[in-house]
Ligand binder design. Structure first.
Ligand code: ARG
Length: 360
């Protein structure tokens, strides 16, 4: 199937814009070469998605780190000339012929993850999340209003029927939620923010707030986001540095949901997500941590890079640090197992705490 002529024009204009932007350092700009552009610009997925859907967020937001999204599962293969090298660079060299290993959440190894900060001197909180896509539905830009409402209904039913006491909770649809409740949930890091310009420009916020919502248990230690960036984000979090407890709860939740909902998984790319940064395990394991001494040093980012860690501010992605507290997580999610992704964060944070203790 061929992309319409006006779409090809838009894609070419986007390419020109990226070429002219000398401050732009996104992976999109780097990997959308003239050759790749020509190989992909005329293509269209069975659901009608084009290269324009893939690149529009990164073209609109020149400060993107990555800049691309997959409108549907087929996009990852149809536009492989763009996705493959970008995925390879982001996920520690995951080559075009590499394969995501079999799932290993680490249920038999959680006990090895002892509290990273038993005295509570550094770590405010620990969080592990994964993303899941429901089989049979494309990603945000291709979903209809009907899809959103149907998916929300299915997920709500599964979640509100969870029997385990630790997981049992309530689903709160975003539609009809008061601003006060919404803002309080965002401030405490429980709920996704609204109006993310990267998602908006990717066409991922259509029909908002329809079909979107949040589920959580009473203690707000087990949460599920519905239809934000991904169909599902399954989250386990709590105060302090007990990574093992956080992982154990996540595993319990994922398994309970998985029994009821078939998820989209690809032989090569593992669990499929809207953003290529989340493919594979989809696991982001993070802590909110105070490291006043080492974070003030000029090589802090380099040290974290070396430990395969990514630094964010504490008010979510693209936010700055506040009060010397950072959100630090594993960076790669593809080409390693779920347990290894968590372990990368665990080992890296252990090392950072040692460095902080030893710093002058
Ligand atoms: N598209 C955004 C960027 O390139 C976000 C990339 C990763 N984050 C995410 N939430 N998928 O900066």
């Amino acid at each position: 199937m061929a992309a319409p002529a006006d779409v090809v024009k838009k894609v070419e204009a986007g390419f020109e814009k990226l070429q002219k932007a000398d401050k732009c350092s996104s992976l999109l700009k780097k990997h959308l070469t003239k050759e790749v552009l020509d190989a992909c610009k005329d293509k269209k997925t069975k659901l009608g998605a084009t290269l324009q859907d893939v690149i529009q967020s990164g073209v609109a937001n020149l400060d993107s780190g990555v800049g691309v999204y997959a409108p549907d599962a087929e996009a990852y293969t149809l536009f492989a000339p763009l996705f493959n090298p970008l995925i390879q660079e982001y996920h520690n060299g995951f080559a075009p012929d590499a394969k995501q290993p079999a799932k290993d959440l680490g249920e038999d190894k959680v006990a090895e993850l002892v509290n990273l900060d038993p005295e509570g001197a550094f770590i405010n909180s620990t969080r592990i999340r994964c993303g899941r896509s429901l089989q049979g539905y494309p990603f945000n830009p291709c979903l209809t209003l009907h899809n959103y409402i149907e998916m929300e209904g299915k997920v709500k039913m599964i979640l509100t029927e969870l029997k385990d006491e630790e997981l049992a909770g309530t689903y709160y649809p975003l539609k009809g939620m008061t601003k006060d409740v919404q803002n309080a949930l965002i401030k405490d890091h429980f709920l996704f923010k609204e109006g993310d310009r990267f998602l908006k420009e990717a066409n991922a916020c259509r029909f908002w707030p329809n079909g979107r919502g949040i589920y959580h248990n009473k203690a707000k230690t087990f949460l599920v986001w519905v239809n934000e960036e991904d169909h599902l984000r399954i989250i386990s979090m709590q105060n302090g540095g007990d990574v093992g407890a956080v992982l154990a709860r996540l595993i319990k939740g994922v398994k309970a949901i998985e029994e009821k909902a078939p998820f989209a998984r690809d032989e090569r790319l593992g669990y499929l997500t809207f953003c290529p940064t989340n493919l594979g395990t989809t696991v982001r394991a993070s802590v909110h941590i105070k490291l006043p001494k080492i974070s003030a040093k000029p090589d802090f980012k380099e040290v974290c890079d070396g430990l395969k860690l990514q630094i964010r501010g504490i008010h979510g992605e693209h936010s700055d640090s506040a009060g010397g507290v950072y959100d630090i997580s594993n960076k790669a999610r593809l080409g390693l197992t779920e347990y290894e992704a968590v372990k990368q964060m665990y080992d890296g944070i252990k090392k950072l705490i040692e460095l902080e203790k030893a710093a002058a």
